[in-house]
Structures are given as C-alpha cells and as structure tokens.
Write a protein that binds this ligand. Structure first.
Ligand code: BES
Ligand code: MN
Ligand code: ZN
Length: 513
C-alpha cells in the first residue's frame, strides 16, 4: 500500500513526481473562474499569482472529480502539478468539506497511478482534514491486480500501472498529537478496508467459506483477537439449521466465524454480524444469466465486519467488539435445500424456504441469534441482502433499518460523518403477515413490494429480546460495477467498514445511547 508521511517541507524544493493542489469553483465574489485553494501558495507565487488564470485556460472549473495536469514552474524539483477539483468554495474560514477533501485526494491518487512519489498540498484546516486526505489517498490508490499477467502481480507496473507508492501530506502539523493520531487512524482503517476489498474481489473459486475462515483466523492471531471457527460438524452439533441449509448444496462447507476483540477498559459490548455468501448462485431457485456474474460480492457484509473488528483492535478502542461471519456458498445440487424445505434454525424457530435465493437472511438469522446469546449492548448486521434495496436507494446508498429509532439515527449519523451515503428505512408491521407460512413458523419470503423491508422484518425475529439492533442493507454500494469515482474503485468497495469503525468508536465513548 501507499506509504504515507506528514511533512512540513517547502514545496519548490521537494523531490517528487508530482505536487497535488486543490482548485475550487468560483464563489459569488469571483463568479465563473476556478479558485486556487490554500496550500498551493508557493505554486501560485511561481506563476506570479496567475495560477487560477492558467488553470482556467486549461479548462479547469474546480468541479469535484476534475483533474488538470500542468508542468511545474521553473525551479521546482517536481516536474508536474496536478490540480484536483474540490467543488464549491467554502464559506469564509469554515474550511473545505472533509468528504470533498477525501474524494479529491482519492481522485488525485488514482490519477497518479504509476508514479513513485506525490506531494499533497491540499487545504487542511484541522487534524480531521489530514485524516481525510490520508484516507482518500490510501483508498484511492487501491488496485486489485493479483490475477493479471498470468498470476504475476501487476504491482510491479508490468501490467497496467502500479499504485502510487509514496505520498507526503503537507499543511498538517507532523508533531501535533491530534494530526499524528488522525493519520494513524486513517492508515489502520484504510489498510483493513482495502483488505476487505481484496476479499470481495477475490474470485469465488479461490475464496470459499473455509478459505475466508482461514484468513480471518490468521489475521485474528496477528492482532490478538480471539477467534473461534465452527465447521460443518460443529454447526450440525449446535443446530445451526439456517447456515447449514444454505451451505447444503455446495462442495465447500459453511462456517461460522466468531472474532472477539476485548479491551480491559471496555464499558460496552458491540456485536457485528456479516452476511458471508462467498458466491450466490441463487441455489435451486437459480439466478438467471446476467444476475450472477458479480455474486462473489455477496460476502461483502462479512468482509466489512472482519475489517472493522481488526481495525478496532489495531486502534485499541476501549470497547468489546464481537464479529460474527456467517459464511456459506449458495449452490444448486442434489444435496441443496429445495424450495419447500423447512429448516430448524439455531433459535429453534422453523423456516419454510420458499425461495433458495433469499439465503442471506437464513445465515444471518443463525448468526444474529448466536450474537444475541451474549447479550451485547447493541448488534449491527451488514449484508448485501436484497435487490429491492438497490431499486429503492440506487447503487451508492445503503439502507438502515432498526428496532430502535434513536439507534438507527445514531448509525445514520455515524455513516454521514465518515462519508458513507446511507438512508433510514422503516420496518412496516403490515409486511410481516406476507411471511406467514402454512407449514412453518415463518417463510423466508414475503411480499415482493418493499422486499428490502420484508428482509429486515425477517431478521428482526432472530434478534434476542430487548437487544438494540440495526441492519445495513449494502446491496447497492458494496460492489461498483461502473467506473471508479472519488476514492471508490471499480469492484469491491469496502462499504460499511468506516461506518462500523465509527459506531465502535461511539460505543467506546459511551455516545451510542
Ligand atoms: N445477494 C442477493 C441480493 C443482491 C442482489 C445483492 C443484487 C447485490 C446485488 C440476495 O441473496 C438475493 O438474491 N435476494 C433476493 C431475495 C428474493 C428472492 C426474496 C432478491 O433481492 O431478489
Ligand atoms: Mn440470493
Ligand atoms: Zn445473496
């Protein structure tokens, strides 16, 4: 991953491949033309104060996502200036929007793929801004090339461009504790988030439940996290009918992984539950062609939970965090669960499986019940659960449902704070009766309309009495099928990782209610 440093060096003398500066859209007082953002003073001076005009000549407007490259002024050690758009200029003194800085840093890092070293001279107002730029750089520079060039990694630049190797952040205070802490936090979160992206992008023939569990086990060991893996035998013994039922059709058996991070100073216990379908073919209710090519992403919830627990451990958060990864491969075969089968779940409830493609709620139900047994202060589950949530919120926003309005709002606020678009969704009681089953306690499918909420209502039945719970349906933002934008690459995005880390921090601070 890109190596990151905070620096106070003067721009002209810096040896680097490029200097990144910010450019904003003109304000009311200076309509039209682009505005050079603070941090770029030395560059502007070298242009005799005419940098804004030069940028305008080159077509720059300051819009978000925009990249304008120009040769560095004479006397600069770096040959290239990269001006990256920040969007609207902020009101006087309020500083630039943190998320705009994060995105701009990501865009610049991506534009500098193939370069060795870049200097980021973006407008930083406080330590949080430094953290955001660090996060943007590390997330934006991400690439997944393991499977290119006949198995030889492209990170050496032989196939495609290698990610930006080194970034120096200017404008911060390297000796200031808050700045150091912000960059350290950003580094830990981004590294674990990128690891989640790697897991999501890894093809399903290489990442089955057993392989995922082994990776989780190794990482847990490295970071002092307690880990327990239930294999098919243990799941059978324990009565985990949901996870077993979903995994029944696959040659690769299911797993339930429990990761326990504990802090001696913890006052709260947060449980995180992730849907980990390493491939979702739909099972006997097979998905049609065109709907299964990206279904390796169906373990994104488990990847997010895994990343968040490891990040919590690396940051030494003063809260106990238990992660539950519900891992299975949903495949059709002679041993697969059929539509019409009834499963006895870990909670003891029976579920009539009307559609084997509604498998996420089955594995989550068992994991939610297992998590509930420990009586945590709150549970948050994360899942690529329904196509309906994508229809409702599009491909960049996840839905938040909960059995507690205040908790749902707190999780939503946490998401907004870290720059993850999210929106609260209801759990309308009238949709419950659509899941009434003639044979079992509940069916795994209900009304088609509001399918994301129906899935949420199903999950709610498997949360222990009196436990605060929220459900994040990340089916939209988990996997980016379009081109890269901001600090989001094509493919696995690592959606919800930053929200979960923030929720854990809030729990540690006693600010979650
Ligand atoms: N993994 C899918 C949901 C999904 C769809 C995630 C598209 C990401 C992109 C889930 O298991 C599923 O198949 N859900 C069904 C439920 C239905 C059968 C009740 C769906 O949404 O169609
Ligand atoms: Mn499915
Ligand atoms: Zn699925």
């Amino acid at each position: 991953m890109t190596a990151l440093t905070l620096s106070t060096a003067a721009v002209p003398g810096l040896r680097a491949d490029a200097i990144v500066i910010g450019v904003a859209k003109g304000s009311a007082s200076k309509p039209g033309g682009p505005v050079v953002a603070p941090g770029a003073e030395a560059v502007d001076q070298a242009y005799d104060g005419g940098l804004a005009g030069v940028l305008e000549t080159l077509g720059a407007s300051g819009a978000e996502g925009e990249v304008t490259k120009l040769p560095a002024p004479a006397g600069f050690k770096a040959p290239l200036v990269v001006a990256v758009g920040l969007g609207a200029q902020p009101e006087k003194d309020s500083g630039y929007d943190t998320e705009a800085l994060r995105k701009a840093a990501g865009v610049a890092a991506r534009a500098l793929a193939g370069s060795k070293k870049a200097v980021f001279a973006l407008p930083l107002t406080d330590a949080a801004d430094a953290g955001a730029v660090a996060e943007g750089v590390l997330l934006g520079a991400y690439s997944f090339d393991v499977y290119k060039d006949n198995g030889k990694s492209a990170k050496d630049g032989k196939n495609g461009k290698a990610p930006l190797a080194e970034a120096a952040l200017l404008g911060g205070k390297p000796r200031d504790k808050a700045y150091k802490a912000a960059v350290e936090r950003a580094t830990a979160v981004a590294e674990e988030l990128n690891r989640a992206r790697d897991l999501i992008n890894t093809p399903p023939n290489d990442l089955n439940p057993e392989a995922f569990a082994a990776i989780a086990q190794a990482a847990a060991k490295e970071h002092g996290i307690k880990v327990q893996v239930l294999d098919e035998k243990a799941l059978t013994k324990g009565g985990y009918g949901g996870i077993l039922g979903v995994g029944a059709g696959s040659a690769s058996g299911p797993r339930l992984v429990k990761l326990s991070y504990t802090s001696s100073k913890a006052k709260k216990h947060l449980a995180l539950v992730g849907k980990g379908i390493t491939y979702d073919s739909g099972g006997i209710s097979l998905k049609p062609a065109g709907h299964n090519e990206t279904m390796k992403c169906d373990m994104s919830g488990a990847a997010a939970v895994f990343a968040a627990v490891v990040a919590a451990a690396r940051l030494g958060l003063e809260v106990n965090v238990t992660g539950w990864l519900a891992l299975a491969e949903n495949m059709p075969s002679g041993s697969a669960t059929r539509p019409g089968d009834v499963l006895r779940m870990y909670s003891g409830k029976t579920v009539e499986v009307l559609n084997t493609d509604a498998e996420g709620r089955l594995v989550l139900a068992d994991a939610l019940w297992a998590a509930s047994a420990e009586k945590p202060d709150a549970i948050v589950d994360v899942a690529t659960l329904t196509g309906a949530m994508m229809l409702a919120l599009g491909s960049r926003t996840f839905g938040i449902m909960a059995n507690d309005d205040a908790f749902r709002s707190a999780v939503h606020e946490a998401a907004e704070e870290v720059g993850e678009p999210a929106w609260p969704m209801p759990l309308p009681e009238h949709l419950r009766k659509g899941m009434d089953s003639a044979t079992a306690d509940i069916a795994n499918m209900g009304e088609r309309m509001g399918g994301g909420l129906v899935a949420g209502l199903f999950l709610r039945e498997f949360v222990g009495e009196g436990i605060t719970w929220a459900h994040l349906d990340i089916a939209g933002p988990a996997f980016n099928e379009g081109g890269p934008f901001g600090y989001t690459p094509k493919g696995g995005t690592g959606s919800a990782v930053r929200t979960l880390v923030r929720v854990a921090e809030l729990a540690a601070a006693g600010d979650l209610g």
